[in-house]
Design a protein around this ligand. Structure first.
Ligand code: CO
Length: 208
């Protein structure tokens, strides 16, 4: 890839924006008040803003391998704290994707060094749903189902945070589990029942 091309692209983009609105960047510099926190995979094919059709300023974005929300991960926890507690987003989205390399790696026996503890979180999702997953004979179907179950478990991890539980007490805030299907380009809403999950989570994880 020619990196000079990137700077040329950037110049074209700046010009395009300024042609429509001469104050575009001046206004962007004043601050942000996004309504959505999007937590997705770092996969190069799953471009958060482009697949959602949102503009700069509309979505606070966090991406890591396999769209994880481990409770000991300072990075994702800080993002949730800031977006929910300070930016006061009304929607938190965890978006997984079919054919996720991170999920695939967690299904196979391999020592991947520093990735082991990260992917261990996905193996834990597998263990939690072992009966259902082992009941799926087709490997691709099983792989896709683990992607979905991982999204649901990461939604639960968002709900387990103190900042989310506090926010849910005093405003309308929802967690959504989505999957992006790379094969069709379509975004699928898993339609999780976040209110029921919140009740279930709070039985054990109540922090406020
Ligand atoms: Co992925």
């Amino acid at each position: 890839m020619d990196l000079k091309q990137i700077f040329d692209n950037n110049q074209d983009w700046v010009k395009q924006k300024l042609d429509v609105d001469a104050n575009y960047f001046e206004n962007l510099s004043k601050g942000q008040s996004p309504d959505i926190l999007y937590i997705g995979c770092a996969d190069s094919r799953v471009t958060a803003e482009e697949l959602m059709g949102v503009s700069p300023g509309e979505a606070f974005v966090h991406r890591n391998i396999a769209n994880m929300v481990p409770n000991t991960d300072l990075s994702s926890m800080s993002v949730i704290e800031y977006a929910v507690g300070h930016l006061k987003v009304n929607h938190v989205v965890v978006c997984g994707h079919y054919y996720c390399g991170g999920v695939k790696a967690a299904m196979e026996p391999a020592d991947l060094g520093i990735l082991n503890p990260w992917l261990r979180n996905i193996r834990d999702v597998y263990r939690t749903h072992k009966e259902e997953l082992n009941g799926i004979a087709d490997e691709e179907a099983k792989y896709k189902r683990l992607v979905e179950l991982n999204v649901v478990e990461q939604c639960k991890n968002v709900i387990k945070t103190a900042v989310f539980q506090k926010a849910a007490l005093d405003r309308e805030i929802h967690v959504h589990g989505w999957v992006f299907d790379i094969k069709t380009g379509k975004l699928i809403d898993l339609e999780i029942h976040d209110n029921d999950i919140l009740k279930e989570v709070m039985e054990i994880y109540r922090l406020s």
